[in-house]
Design a protein around this ligand. Structure first.
Ligand code: DQA
Length: 143
């Protein structure tokens, strides 16, 4: 069974309490259960990790080829700043999909650039927690 690594970046552990007007009231636990349920239907297996640490995310991406067939990542604030995460995504042979709950292109100027997306197969932005499920479907149909 193909295995997908799902990475939630910084502050996404706070979903539900964090800026609900922007991110909604869904919690990370609810997103993770929906992902596991969808993965089961698609006959995929998922490992889900949340990290607030850039270097840890770089390590996860760097080691992913050993165990996984694809990566889904919401780099959160690192989307707009992290050359290290972009380089890790560029270096891995695995296809990656970048996910955002909010439409980053409809928000503040500094969020309108993704440093990391050019190193991904594609990006899904603006559909709330459904963005993650769409990413899983996209990965599944690319296999
Ligand atoms: C986010 C958008 C980022 O700009 C922000 O820093 C986040 C969440 C999103 O999912 O909409 O933490 O990645």
């Amino acid at each position: 069974m193909r295995k997908v690594l799902i990475i939630h970046g910084p502050n996404l552990n706070l979903l539900g309490k964090r800026e609900p007007d922007v991110y909604g009231s869904v919690t990370i636990e609810e997103i993770n259960s929906a992902l596991k349920e969808r993965a089961k239907k698609l006959k995929l297996s998922v490992d889900i990790v949340q990290s607030n640490h850039e270097g840890e995310i770089v390590d996860l991406i760097g080691d992913a080829e050993k165990k996984y067939s694809a990566i889904i990542i919401n780099p959160a604030a690192y989307t707009h700043t992290s050359v290290a995460i972009r380089d890790a995504l560029q270096a891995t042979k695995l296809p990656a999909v970048e996910v955002h709950l909010s439409n980053i292109y409809a928000r503040e100027e500094f969020r309108r650039q993704s440093v990391t997306a050019p190193a991904c197969r594609g990006q899904i932005s603006g559909f709330g927690s459904t963005s993650y499920l769409l990413a899983l479907e996209a990965i599944h149909s690319s296999f």
